[in-house]
Write a protein that binds this ligand. Sequence first.
Ligand code: DGL
Length: 254
Amino acid sequence: MKIGIFDSGVGGLTVLKALREELPSVDFFYLGDTARVPYGGKSKETIQRYSLECAEFLLSFGVELLVVACNTASAYALEALKDKLSIPVIGVIQPGVEKAIKISKQKKIGVIGTRGTIQSKAYQKLLESYGAQVFAKACPLFVPLVEEGILNGTIAKSVIEYYLQELKGKIDTLILGCTHYPLLKEPIKQFMGEVDVVDSAEAVAKKVSQIARNEGEGNLRLFFTDNSPNLRAMIRLILGQDLKFEIVPVLCRL
Ligand code: DGL
């Protein structure tokens, strides 16, 4: 079984990690669009075009299922991808929402993400369709914080407080609606106190494992569109090891 997974950059490696834990025998092809990251502040049209290009690149390896690890791309391009592709396409929003609805007792649910994800209202509409009361907040400084490796300490704590103060006391469940946020899960949990934190990466891995076959050689190929200075360090930080990766500056069929 070959599964393709793409993200705007390195953050989607959190989703890849969770997927490999669930499906260790599957062959994974990961594409991080590091040349064009971040997607979080770009228009819908641009995000759709980038997403279709990423998908087309991964299809050239014969992937049988596509995971859109990026929340912003899931918010803006999932339907376009489903329309164009003949393989199953799974985004991160539905699995994250389903998990939050399942565990939330009061159905007072917070969701945090990039400006694009929050402005798209994709999470809010889906949560509301299940009858939840939704509190959404864009946290644009979280992505650069993680990219700088600032995952705890006073700076991380004050940025978390700056964004999440207004959600405190209002919600019983919080969805981490961005690839990078699972790396800030511990300080977020500490700040929010008695709140269940839903990691979309884990939720999507569980969902994919229900429909994919755990068959293959367990191989992994990592592709990025730019060899950014912190790429190697981010791979080590998220996957816990140094791994070989390939640079594909132009996304054309191989
Ligand atoms: N991958 C993006 C997401 O999950 C975060 C980084 C970006 O803005 O591209 O929304």
